[in-house]
Ligand binder design. Structure first.
Ligand SMILES: [Zn+2]
Length: 464
């Protein structure tokens, strides 16, 4: 009897360890060294230059003829709730962000000599605002209005395809999507973030995978994980989409109940890596994410595994299990860091599949209109210009916490500088600068605030 009990215990323990070490929650392919070196060179050029983007999204919902709202054909409300999750998570205000420990990574940040831009006012590694938003496209690729914003419903029977849940390995499911479903259904990858959602077999452990942003002018040559014209985007298990906090009527599966699968995959889609570097204590090329021995699962309690990596060290504060690029349960994750925001902003500028995503009229709110939000980092604030749209005058306002040289440049929609509006030393406080655009044609313009420490851009619309 004792022997049997012992055996059962051993088996249980083995199963637990096995599921923790081999449990795949994400099927994104590890980037190649060539991709990383291309990306790293671009990041060096980037340096604190933030633009606010809104990426239009189309969800391709793969089903077998069930009515909308019946598994796996998830309904509009569940998809809307995913957009809310993404926008909160990318702003640094997602579910549980306020549970970030008061002493999180402070001593580690001191030991690493992290600069102030990576830290918050308490000296913790900062929960970053990425300044990237997401919206549901209201138009298809021909410009026709969609009956359901951001949704393209696809019956796999109509195409003569197998049910996605008949594929029992991560490799075969991915091959089915990349080789069959995506090429037949993809919308222009330069204009839309394509997200395919479907059922999956329970033997497939991952709940999502993404393609990486290509940087070479010939996408796909640097590694298998990069998106191509026919594969670029995200796949997610349909029950991992959205959050019951914003839409209780959806179909969800524990523990992926806060929409963080797609937040995580959107991180990959914009160039992020797993925080353990896909090896033991390897780098994710961000200075402000402590190294991790491997992925975390479930609901870790801070600090977790301090000293698990020694060179570089993660002592004394351990691993950043609350980072979206770990495998912790959805509710346990709530942050990206500043260095991660720099990677994603860089991808938005330099990847040929990302650099037009922010410039569109595909969603309800025309970009630059009805956008009252300001950008604020460390007391440097750039406000939305007023009025907007405007003709011919508008006022650009900003606030600075210390004396600095301030440059304001205005660019047209092609990114060509049209005027330098300001270039002088300014005292701390609020400032308003008027721009008279009577000599300029109608269109979208960008204005960029450049200080000695940081720069931001926003958009505005001139309508004559
Ligand atoms: Zn991943």
């Amino acid at each position: 009897m004792k022997t049997i009990l012992f055996l059962i215990l051993v088996l249980l323990t083995f199963n637990k360890i096995n599921s923790q070490t081999s449990g795949i929650e994400c099927g994104t392919i590890t980037p190649s060294d060539k991709w990383e070196s291309e990306f790293s060179n671009l990041i060096k050029n980037f340096s604190n230059d933030f633009t606010e983007y809104t990426i239009p999204v189309i969800f391709h919902v793969i089903h077998g003829g069930q009515p909308a709202g019946t598994f796996p054909n998830i309904d509009q409300g569940q998809i809307n709730s995913q957009i809310t999750v993404l926008n909160q998570d990318f702003a640094g205000t997602g579910f549980n962000y306020n549970t970030y420990p008061a002493n999180a990574f402070i001593q580690w940040a001191i030991n690493q000599n992290l600069p102030p831009v990576n830290l918050d006012s308490l000296g913790r590694v900062k929960i970053a605002n990425i300044y990237i938003k997401f919206c549901l496209s209201e138009k298809d690729s021909s410009g026709n209005p969609l009956t359901e914003p951001g949704i393209n419903r696809i019956n796999f029977n109509t195409y003569g395809w197998q049910n996605p849940n008949s594929f029992t390995t991560p490799q075969s499911l991915r091959a089915f999507f990349d080789g069959v479903v995506k090429p037949a259904t993809v919308w222009d990858v330069r204009k839309y973030l394509n997200i395919w959602v479907s059922d999956k077999n329970s033997a497939v452990q991952f709940t999502g995978y993404a393609t990486l942003p290509p940087f070479s002018t010939l996408p796909g040559i640097s590694g298998n994980g990069e998106g191509t014209d026919s594969t670029d985007g995200i796949w997610s298990y349909c029950s991992a989409v959205g959050s019951p906090l914003f839409y209780p009527g959806g179909i969800y599966a524990s523990p992926n109940v806060r929409g963080r699968t797609i937040t995580h995959e959107a991180g990959h889609y914009l160039g992020l890596r797993h925080i353990w570097g896909d090896g033991s204590c390897l780098t994710d090329y961000c200075t402000d994410t402590p190294p991790a021995f491997t992925s975390n699962t479930g609901f870790p309690v801070y600090p977790i595994n301090p000293g698990s990596c020694s060179n570089p060290s993660n002592s004394p504060n351990g691993e950043m299990f609350m980072n979206f690029m770990d495998y912790s349960a959805d509710p346990a994750k709530y942050m990206f860091t500043y260095d991660q925001s720099v990677r994603m902003q860089t991808a938005m500028v330099y990847s040929p599949f990302r650099n037009q995503l922010g410039n569109h009229g595909l969603c309800n709110a025309v970009i630059g209109i009805n956008n009252e939000s300001s950008i604020n980092t460390g007391g440097y604030i750039l406000y939305q210009n007023y009025p907007n749209p405007f003709n011919p005058e508008t006022e650009i306002s900003f606030s600075i916490p210390e004396q600095t040289r301030v440059i304001i440049r205005i660019y047209n929609s092609l990114g060509v500088e049209t005027v330098t509006l300001l270039n002088e030393i300014k005292l701390p406080g609020n400032h308003n600068i008027l721009w008279n655009a009577s000599k300029f044609p109608s269109g979208i313009y960008y204005y960029k605030l450049i200080t000695e420490k940081i720069s931001f851009s926003k958009k505005m619309v001139l309508i004559k």
